[in-house]
Design a binder for this molecule. Structure first.
Ligand code: GTQ
Ligand code: FE2
Length: 362
């Protein structure tokens, strides 16, 4: 549109001032401020080394006890650009949580949905109780605590456990929808062990729908995921991901949680993926093996237990070391898809590989 054809520069300036005073903004002046050509990403990729953060978690083991006062003994991974939201990505938060031998953490529920990934477990009677159902935590198992469900943790074994929490609270807070309620005699009645997995399985009689909740409580055993990854065969190997499987909601075949899709991927020894970027953000946890991810030209070397974040619209490619590597990840892709905002691109130059400029913190 032609500007100020009939108005002098002075009258236009006065119009701009009057608009501002009326709490209006002229689109012709500001459109590029609110409709950018590509995503304006407000934070960096980052990497947290297991060896650096776990000693800090252990120190809290002596100083903090999970009770109504401390609620949880966990530590959030805070992206240096997202301090205000206490999170690794703008939509996804991760934390390491320690529950020592013999401890329990009290019941509560919140609007934020969460998952647990049992990073270091000796198995046995260590579990999260969700809506009255105990979900046992063998090493690398995935457990869900969907939005609004009562959950408490217990470690009745002789070994400490450390797990990775993944929560959608940054998104919930962005939407200004947070709720929190401590459990005071109003937690859900007990359900037998195996209630979710056995009843849901893959088949059910048409009328037997045991879930008043919109989402099943569920445990995804690592032994089964690992086996599934290996059974996929070479043809399932994707040039961008290696072999990747999503943890699905068996009621809907949809994502793990409405806000989060959890995945596990296998990178065979020496595998180097082609770079890609998308409008979703993803937080990774290294289940096992060694390798590196190049994000926007910076190498992030990783090993077992490390956590790293790939912000939206950032080129990323993975490389496994000489042995197999397994990555767990949580992405907000289902949110972007639900809103019609998911886009992705592959890096076409140089055989799909970025030029590497530097190494993280090197
Ligand atoms: O274990 O319920 O890391 O409510 C943050 C908030 C863990 C939990 C976190 C939580 C929990
Ligand atoms: Fe919680």
């Amino acid at each position: 549109m032609a500007c100020a054809t009939n108005a002098s520069a002075d009258s236009l300036e006065r119009l701009h001032e009057d608009l501002e005073a009326a709490n209006m903004a002229p689109t012709w002046k500001y459109i590029s401020s609110f409709i950018s050509k590509s995503p304006r990403v407000g934070y960096r990729p980052w990497l947290w080394k297991w060896d650096e953060v776990i000693p800090l978690l252990m120190r809290s083991g002596e100083l903090i006890t999970p009770d109504r006062g401390a609620e949880r003994r966990s530590m959030e991974h805070v992206n240096p650009d997202l301090g205000f939201s206490y999170s690794a990505s703008h939509t996804i938060a991760t934390a390491f949580q320690l529950v020592r031998a013999g401890e329990r953490a009290p019941a509560h529920r919140h609007a934020a949905g969460a998952i647990r990934f049992a990073a270091r477990s000796h198995g046995g009677a260590v579990y999260t109780k969700v809506q009255g159902e105990r979900l046992m935590m063998e090493e690398n198992d995935l457990l869900l605590t969907p939005s609004g469900m009562w959950h408490e943790h217990a470690n009745e074994t002789a070994h400490d456990i450390v797990w990775l929490d993944v929560l959608d609270f940054p998104l919930v807070n962005l939407l200004q929808a947070s709720m929190f309620q401590p459990g005071e005699g109003q937690v859900a009645p007990d359900r037998p062990d195996g209630f979710s997995n056995e009843r849901l399985g893959l088949f059910r009689p048409p009328k037997d729908f045991p879930y008043p909740e919109a989402h099943p409580v569920l445990r995804y055993p690592w032994t089964q995921m690992r086996e599934a990854l290996h059974s996929m065969g070479r043809e399932a190997e994707d040039r961008h991901e290696g072999v990747l499987l999503e943890y699905v909601n068996p009621l809907t075949s949809g994502p793990t949680l409405p806000t989060l899709s959890c995945r596990a991927q296998l990178l065979r020894g020496g595998m180097r993926t082609a770079a890609r970027r998308s409008t979703s953000s993803t937080v990774y946890f290294v289940i096992g093996g060694e390798g590196a991810t190049v994000i926007d030209g910076v190498t992030f070397p990783w090993a077992r237990g490390d956590v790293f974040v790939v912000p939206p619209w950032s080129w990323h490619e993975h490389a496994a070391g000489s042995g197999e590597a397994y990555l767990f990840s949580a992405t907000d892709k289902p949110v972007m898809q639900a809103l019609g905002l998911f886009r992705s691109e592959s890096f076409e130059e140089n055989g799909g590989h970025q030029a590497v400029l530097s190494s993280f913190r090197a």
